[in-house]
Design a protein. Sequence first.
Length: 295
Amino acid sequence: MRSVGWATRVTVGMVLVLAGATQCGRPSLEFAGEIAYGHVLEQHEFGPRPVGSEAGRLTAEYIVRELEKHGWATELQRFGFRGVVGTNVIASKGEGPLYILGAHYDTRSLADRDPVDPSQPVPGANDGASGVAVLLELARVLALDRGGAEVWLTFFDAEDQGRINDWPFSVGASHMAEHLAVHPQAVVVVDMIGDADQQIYFERNSDEGLMRALWAVAADLGYLTSFIPSYRYSIIDDHIPFRERGFTVVDIIDFDYPYWHTTEDTPDKVTPESLERVGRVLEAWLEEHVVGETD
């Protein structure tokens, strides 16, 4: 794991201050990739974050602090699996039909695709931290005060232990989906979206209509080289448990990532620009196409 030094954290803090300022001294409501990247660095500082670890607990606490800072109501959903306790973080805001955005914050305990040392844990800068970073920056910028929709930002634990010691993938998401007492209009999962060489294709286990709507927003924003409207992969991810319950789901994932499940999944492979593209697509979709159409 590469360490992010004190000087880097000061720089990130300065970015947070500068990006949050406007001429009137009020917070900006435009998604800022640099702020999101700061969240990647902060998570990376905790070290690898497998389910049940101290680093995972600290990450959940960090997520809650950031959410509550921006006025989101938060809930911890604890669950047990094979003697390990995991924690989902669920944050809510707004009124109206429910839309759920999700990302996993845990990291894989073994870098089993690493060509040098597969016994080491995965740092998880992209596979874990990037999706969380996008949701945390959305927590700052989403305009939901005028009503029209309720949004949940959900942070899943125990996604990434699949096929290690007979664990399945998406344990935390499965727990949430099984206990969900409301019917969301849509569930959108973001995962591994920070890659500098960003290529996000349609995913075969996702709802085609909602995918096309999201990719159309990306096209309007000029992101056609990153959001590519053609099918490439079928992914087992945190959207699957919700799909199995009959909900409309989309997985926004860049699976063409050579550092997946290796020790090289570090912050230098992630860029603010990639985080910003995904964040602005989701922000525009929710504020203009979801909330705007229900006003």
